[in-house]
Ligand binder design. Sequence first.
Ligand code: ADP
Ligand code: MG
Length: 397
Amino acid sequence: MNIHEYQAKALLRDYGAPVSDGRVVMKAEEAKTKASELDGPLWVVKAQIHAGGRGKGHFKEESAGEKGGVRLAKSVEEAAEEAKKMLGRTLVTHQTGPAGKQVNRIYIEAGSGIETELYLALLVDRQTSRVSFVCSTEGGMDIEEVAASTPEKILSFSVDPATGYQPFHGRRIAFALGLEGPQVKQCVSLMGTLYKVFTERDMEMLEINPLIVTDGGDLKVLDAKFGFDGNALYRQPDIANLRDETEEDSKELEASKYDLNYIALDGEIGCMVNGAGLAMATMDIIKLYGAEPANFLDVGGGATKEKVTEAFKIITSDKNVKGILVNIFGGIMRCDVIAEGVIAAVKEVGLEVPLVVRLEGTNVDKGKEIIANSGLNVIAADDLKDGAQKIVKAVKG
Ligand code: ADP
Ligand code: MG
């Protein structure tokens, strides 16, 4: 689960990390009052969406000479004006995709004088099964670009969980970032704080881009992108409360209510599968036969008829779906339950695209019989290959 920059900064402030004073604005009328609570001479007005690249982004239907989603203002009035201009509009960045994201919240922050912009991240490294620090002197811009063209400018190392964070980790980062004098001590302390937030709050990703050296020579967090482990939210209720559902894919949100593992993709073939491994294999084989999956969906081992019905509704609500492949291996799951769920769902939501069903495993005969007797126009398949070929053929001709 991701949170907004202003929420991440509030969390950092609680942990004692150096962040600027700021106010979140939800309604245009509040903008001026909120801005006037901050000291000048510079105010920074920042669109809050769950995507980076806001500074270099652009608004849909922008007027000539208009700036992106991060704007500087020299007075309270100007800050309020900029906030009003951005609220409710759609911001497109290289991370939002062409559709962009609607801006419903604005963060107005006291402006900082910037000496240098650095990059810092913490993430869970699957290769080492440890938490890793990633840092670079090339902050403020696209880190993916730096990684591709000048990888030597990125330092990355993992922390041994048995010792946890140690001051030498911080000194190593300070050295790599070219910090000097009192900044080294600030860096050792800040990295310790970040590691503490990361581990105590079950985070998956923490990115500070840029981390800056101010014109006064101090380290400061200027941007913050935080992602949390969804499986740990039950023990982080205050983090779970920060969830902004308007930022999430409505189909994924619906799926999470029914405990379905669903991820929306761009293709045309909707998939309903049980088990993550089989779901991956199904997506692979669809691609192999020349089509693209519209989603990843694992209905889980113990899915009920209701859950299958919901899953089916979510798939059919996707306008890109031109065909559906149900691929179930009944182990714990019984094929007849799946068959009943599919039929109940089709009766409820209707079926406007071809449907291929491949069932195997427990109660497979009963399942096939239910489908055959349903009177629905379902294409039966015998195995994974057969199923994939049939749905691709039905969709692509
Ligand atoms: P994004 O990464 O989404 O573009 P950032 O928060 O990193 O958004 O802002 C983009 C740039 O705007 C920063 O690299 C920095 O140069 C400038 N900026 C952001 N916040 C401030 C601030 N409080 N004071 C001065 N400059 C800022
Ligand atoms: Mg940034």
